[in-house]
Design a protein around this ligand. Structure first.
Ligand code: ARG
Length: 479
């Protein structure tokens, strides 16, 4: 059988792709890179946001080249001036990218050469894009950390404002999504403040080891001063192993994981708002600007923002997974695989930033239905004070397990009769456990149950007030 059609010829197999003017990486090749390869090889769309870090790193490198005598002082002077101009162009939005700009490092260098001439071509001595990109990324993590933590604080502030406004409202605390015990709304909202505080701490980044000077991964034969560049860029010290320095994406991965932890907290907040704004709960109502409509049901008032908070944590989690996967099984050294780190990391960062903005907007435009919350607490069929009853027995000397069993029997009795705990007579209680006496009535109040929870971390009004004050002063002092 003969093949009716000739096998398709790979485009570019015989015809060299025309060289891109100004591409400095292709001296050993005939022609330019195949357009299909160029699309995935080019990282500028992903890494252009590193322009400022790249210029900062290049300036430190240039100064060091001057200080060590590797480059003459006048060349360094021109390089620094040129880099400052490149920075101005990026800052003003006038930087023009060229087809030969494979990534941000090549783009900055290409423009530098255009602006200052041949001295610009001296800058890349004693470094490689491998240590350069690792340095840029580390500097970026420090900046992104500050920016994201500020956004997390904004969400915390919105929560604290709600605590101040409605923190004394009472609602059921749920476990397994079953009504469990009464709490103050302030205690629930402060729980999110606390969780976000943990996330905030997780997002801290220490610039420890500076990769710059690791070169392609073996160091350099030039007499560079890595202490100088490390110090100037704000690191504690130079990375001690050049191969590890260019091979690792650990810090970026762990930062993304911290972002994921924070996104998970916001996801839970979103899920909570979805429940609270449902007709079934009816605890909260989102303002018009943070509610959405339906294309068919005119009455709908959908909490899309809260749902998307819930859902978008998945994007961040996926980004962490992508980052974890990149170096898995890779031999030591730089591999182009690692270039994929930035798209994943930036997706995680951007998603969290958007999530924080949406969470803050919703929290600033939510109204609580204090009566609905209270009614859910007072609903006698919830038996939210059963634990108070058991604790009362314990204070009368009854072992907790025995008290638990007795109150279980009392709940079953009340449930069978369709009444609440306080509807049972003292005789009925005493029939279950003889330790009951007339004093029991006083613990069967919601206010009593709340006020009693004064142990550290409990939902008593005084604890909630103290925690509100503590968080307010903590956020005011930025600690
Ligand atoms: N764009 C590259 C990256 O993001 C920079 C490093 C390129 N190094 C190399 N040897 N091709 O990873």
């Amino acid at each position: 059988m003969t093949d009716p059609q000739p096998a398709p010829r790979s485009p570019g197999a015989a015809d060299a792709t025309p060289a891109v003017p100004g591409d400095p990486l292709r001296g050993r090749f005939a022609g330019g890179v195949h357009p299909a390869l160029d699309v995935i090889n080019r990282s500028l769309p992903d890494d252009r946001r590193l322009w400022d870090e790249d210029i900062t790193g290049s300036m430190a490198h240039a100064r060091m080249l001057g200080a060590t005598g590797i480059l003459p002082a006048d060349a360094v002077e021109r390089i620094l001036e040129g880099l400052a101009r490149v920075r101005e162009e990026f800052a003003a939005g006038t930087f023009v990218e060229q087809p030969s700009d494979e990534d941000i490092h090549m783009a900055v260098e290409r423009r530098l050469v255009e602006l200052i001439g041949p001295d610009g071509k001296r800058l890349h001595a004693a470094r490689s894009r491998n240590d350069q990109v690792a340095t840029d990324l580390a500097l970026h993590l420090g900046r992104a950390s500050g920016a994201l933590r500020a956004r997390v604080v904004a969400v915390q502030r919105a929560l604290l404002d709600l605590v101040r406004r409605d923190g004394d409202a009472v609602l059921p605390y749920y476990t397994h999504l079953q009504r469990a015990q009464p709490i103050l709304l302030g205690h629930a909202l402060l729980a999110y403040v606390e969780l976000l505080g943990q996330d905030h701490r997780g997002l801290e980044v220490d610039l420890r080891e500076c990769p710059l000077g690791a070169g392609a991964g073996t160091g350099t034969s030039f007499p560079i001063d890595r202490e100088m560049t490390a110090r100037e860029l704000g690191f504690e010290r130079p990375a001690p192993n050049s191969i590890a320095a260019v091979s690792s994406r650990r810090d970026a991965t762990m930062f993304a994981a911290a972002i994921a932890a924070c996104a998970t907290t916001l996801s839970r907040l979103g899920g909570e708002l979805v429940l609270w704004t449902s007709r079934e709960f009816g605890f909260a109502r989102l303002g018009d600007a943070v509610s959405t409509g339906s294309s068919i049901m005119p009455q709908k008032r959908n909490p899309d923002g809260a749902e998307l908070l819930r859902a978008q944590a998945a994007r961040v989690n996926a980004a962490v997974h992508r980052l974890l996967e990149l170096p898995r099984g890779l031999a030591l050294g730089y591999h182009k695989d690692l270039q994929e780190d930035k798209a994943a990391l930036f997706e995680a960062e951007d998603t969290l930033a958007r999530m924080c903005d949406v969470a803050e907007a919703m929290l600033r435009d939510v109204v609580f239905d204090r009566d609905r919350m209270r009614a859910a607490v007072d609903d006698p069929s919830g038996f939210l004070l059963a634990t108070e009853l058991a604790d009362w027995l314990v204070r009368r000397g009854v072992p907790f397990r025995e008290a638990h069993e007795a109150v279980g029997a009392i709940v079953s009795l009340a449930e069978g009769r369709g009444v609440g705990l306080s509807d049972l007579s003292l005789d009925e209680l005493r029939a279950v456990h003889e330790a009951f006496d007339g004093g029991v009535a006083e613990v069967l109040t919601v206010e009593g149950a709340l006020a009693a929870r004064t142990a550290v971390g409990g939902t008593s009004p005084e604890n909630v007030a103290r925690e509100l004050a503590r968080w307010e002063s903590r956020l005011a002092s930025g600690t």
